[in-house]
Design a protein around this ligand. Structure first.
Ligand SMILES: [Zn+2]
Length: 149
């Protein structure tokens, strides 16, 4: 996540209160205020693509989102138990596993696990309180996956 420093105007990470460029300190409230939460929802099922097309699209969207400082992506991939919907879902998640282990995304949360009681969701909601109002929260939606960039 990046913000623009008030003092020197450089774009910097929010991981520290100190700007690495000019050394000015921002308090936590300021930091939160400056941090824009960008959440996008992408429907990978649109146009009923074959698995390869859906996966390519997902990769492009993730690369693009990382470049554009998107924080969270909600992927809609459907959940058919057989056929295209199910295949896109399982292949997407395999790909996300790979991206996570290579550090290209920070994490992903499958729709079934997107529940307030889950430990990883709790820490996600602390980081992005905007997601508390997400319509998929606590719904056990098997047709979606959240990608944390
Ligand atoms: Zn600065």
């Amino acid at each position: 996540m990046k913000i623009v420093c008030d003092v020197c105007g450089n774009k910097r990470e929010t991981s520290s209160l100190l700007c690495p460029f000019c050394g000015s300190k921002m308090d936590v409230a300021e930091l939160v205020k400056h941090t824009e939460f960008v959440h996008k929802t992408i429907n990978l099922e649109a146009g009923r693509p074959v698995v390869e097309v859906a996966l390519n699209r997902m990769n492009e969207i993730i690369e693009d989102s990382v470049r554009n400082d998107v924080n969270v992506l909600t992927l809609i991939h459907g959940y058919g138990s057989s056929g295209k919907g199910g295949a896109i879902r399982s292949e997407c998640r395999k790909m996300l596993d790979y991206l996570k282990s290579n550090g290209l995304i920070s994490n992903y949360i499958i729709g079934e696990d997107f529940n307030k009681r889950s430990g990883s969701v709790k820490s996600l909601l602390r980081r992005y309180p905007q997601l508390v109002a997400d319509k998929h929260l606590n719904r056990g939606n098997r047709g979606i996956t959240l990608v944390i960039l």
